[in-house]
Write a protein that binds this ligand. Structure first.
Ligand code: NAP
Length: 290
């Protein structure tokens, strides 16, 4: 594919976070922008926690069209923006910002991205019991979107007080039941007895700890749908265990692609080429796995 000529008209988009070296987003977005013939370039910015306010000012000063926002800035960026979309406000985390003539608005496409992936796999969360492992930023986005769609949530976390706070916010906003349990063997086995869908939102199983999983095949029944939002490695230990048990699996790269596609559409106003984004993200991931 021919690469673009950067000129004075080229619009700038990107991602800011720390660390950022292993992000697959630049490859995913630049391949998509090239394929669509759009005069944009997507750049990774390593922004330290202490420099966040200066970086947000720079978005205005440099007329950057939009950014993905990742660890550790998703929460701290909220008071620095001019406007926050209502879903992002409810979740309490922003992963995309859009710059309209110096007015910066924050969105959360992690939540919508995860829901798209489920629906694309023919999974309707309404009325289902969903076992969520973890209660961090990604868990919040996923819990809001699932509860908003009418799922009953059972949230297990290593630190129960973190889950209690997350569950109370989700329950208040959506009116859905959110049960909180400490992540231990007995509670896990009890939750899995009642569940239909399992979602790992913890970082357990992420490279380089590829052999770790919080749930093994003996707790997973064949009717389960098992989603892991960890995308490096492509097939995590948890997904291997789920396959062994005969369950349907959904990997984290799909959520990454969908949240990216929704951001792409907000910046460019064009429909994102999902297959190109999938190719770009997969190639980048493979190069890191070598
Ligand atoms: P976070 O806010 O730091 O939350 C991490 C969660 O994992 C917390 O609930 C934490 O429990 C739990 N945890 C960490 N280590 C654990 C361990 N050894 N045993 C049990 N629980 C453990 O992080 P995040 O932003 O939610 O991200 C979590 C993961 O999702 C990361 O791997 C990230 O790359 C991935 N992610 C993927 C996508 C995607 O598009 N696919 C999007 C966002 C995030 P405590 O509360 O006890 O600390």
């Amino acid at each position: 594919m021919k690469s673009r000529q950067i000129s004075g008209k080229t619009k700038l988009v990107g991602v800011m976070g720390d660390p950022i070296e292993h992000s697959v987003s630049p490859a995913m977005h630049n391949m998509a922008l090239n394929a669509m013939g759009l005069d944009y370039v997507y750049v990774p910015f390593n922004v330290k926690k202490a420099d966040l306010a200066k970086a947000v000012q720079a978005v205005r000063a440099l007329n950057i069209r939009g950014l993905n926002v990742t660890i550790p800035h998703k929460v701290e960026i909220i008071p620095l923006l001019d406007d926050i979309d209502s879903l992002a406000r409810a979740i309490g985390a922003v992963n995309v910002l859009v710059n309209n003539d110096g007015i910066l608005k924050g969105y959360n496409t992690d939540a919508e991205g995860f829901l798209h992936v489920l629906l694309e796999h023919g999974v309707e969360p309404e009325g289902k019991n969903v076992v969520i492992l973890g209660a961090g930023g990604a868990a919040r986005a996923i819990a809001f979107t699932l509860a908003g769609r009418g799922a009953n949530l059972i949230m297990l976390n290593r630190t129960p007080s973190n889950a209690a706070k997350c569950a109370a916010d989700v329950s208040n906003a959506t009116g859905q039941t959110v049960e909180v349990l400490t992540l231990d063997e007995k509670n896990l086995s009890d939750a899995m007895e009642r569940g239909h869908i399992l979602v790992n939102t913890t970082s357990v199983g992420m490279f380089p700890e590829k052999n770790d999983a919080l749930v093994s095949s003996n707790l997973i029944r064949p009717h389960f749908i098992v989603a892991d939002i960890v995308y490096n490695p492509y097939k995590t230990r948890l997904l291997i265990e789920a396959e062994k048990a005969g369950a349907m699996t959904i990997n984290g790269l799909e959520m990454l692609i969908w949240q990216g596609a929704l951001a792409f559409e907000k910046w460019t106003g064009k429909k994102a080429p999902l297959n190109v984004m999938r190719k770009g993200a997969t190639q980048a991931l493979k190069s890191y796995e070598k």
